[in-house]
Write a protein that binds this ligand. Sequence first.
Ligand SMILES: *Cc1c(COP(=O)(O)O)cnc(C)c1O
Length: 399
Amino acid sequence: MLDRDRCLALDAEDPLREFRDEFVLPEGVVYLVGNSLGALPRRTPERVRQAVEQEWGRQLVGGWNHAGWYEQPLTLGDRLAPLIGAGPGQVVVGNTTSIAIFQTVAAALRLRPDRRVIVSDVTNFPTDHYIVQGLARALGGGHEIRDVAEGRFDDAAVVLLSEVDYRTSERRDVPAITSQVQDAGALMIWDVCHSVGALQVDVSAADFAVGCTYKYLNAGPGAPAFLYVNPRHHHSAENVLSGWHGHAEPFAFERDFRPAEGIRRFAVSTPHVLSFAALDAALDVWERVPMDQVRAKSTALTSLFVDLVGDAVELASPRDAERRGSQVSLRHPDGYPVMRALIDRGVQGDFRAPDILRFGFAPLYTRYVDVFDAAATLIEVLEKELWRDERYAQRLTVT
Ligand SMILES: *Cc1c(COP(=O)(O)O)cnc(C)c1O
């Protein structure tokens, strides 16, 4: 078993160690929630200040032309594309993941009008499944929603799945499932919220992909989502949220909607320029990151945590590191007070109902020694039953 000094030595040899200095991290906190809200990049406040003061403050409405605001959904999409295995002109940034799910599932259904089955994962992050349910209702009730566990794609129009499960961190085999789905004549949509920035994502064979930028990508609270469309669908896929920014000529102010060429047709409306500034700064960091090192460190960190925790608490994630994302989930019947007790002792993870403790190990700023300290604190909280303190029983709104 590794001791604390050995962890410090691993940190000294870590090829990604310089990236920790790119982030603002509060003293005395082991932050293991980068899978939910990534840490603040050191360069972000200045970039956001510049967007507010120099662009908005000085250029006013001229910022749309002269500060590049109008083009940012596509220019930022191009910067993000390599992180998901996509090329230029294939990714648009804006809105939220929920909205992008609505757009892509609706587009897929329009591309397969002869099929009426939507395959979804009922255990996925709820918004994915909720959006599918709402869309099916809006379409008049003629569509069947089938859980992926049934394993049948032969009559499916579209299959929507997450690459890495938000609750268990289980990682799906993207190339294998994509070809299985497409061989069955269905379209494949990948949600990469929990894999982008944690491992090298490659959705290039998929039909569509969606994801958010505020988790491992560190673009900040409320940061925009991204939407990938395979170029083979650029001329045929329809954006049912046909807002003016997806129009071929938004400033012609024509009476009827006419889709733009290419990925732009999936833009909807006025972009979130101030949030884009934070995304732009976050992507500066990613430009220099070797993704193979990210995955190597990620599996080393999660494996270390699994080893250190041992059988002190039930593992809810796959034991095989290859089948895990960058998060380790543990199952405990009193998971909520256990997590509150940990947070009180400077180890910040989160809790997902009914009984899951989640620990996200963002490879750019999490150290081996953080893993050691988190595991040691967890074991102490469990052994001494420190979580039984009644202060920890009361639920806060956001868990
Ligand atoms: C985080 C996450 C979302 C977030 O959706 P929003 O629309 O940004 O609130 C959606 N799906 C999955 C799988 C997620 O992990």
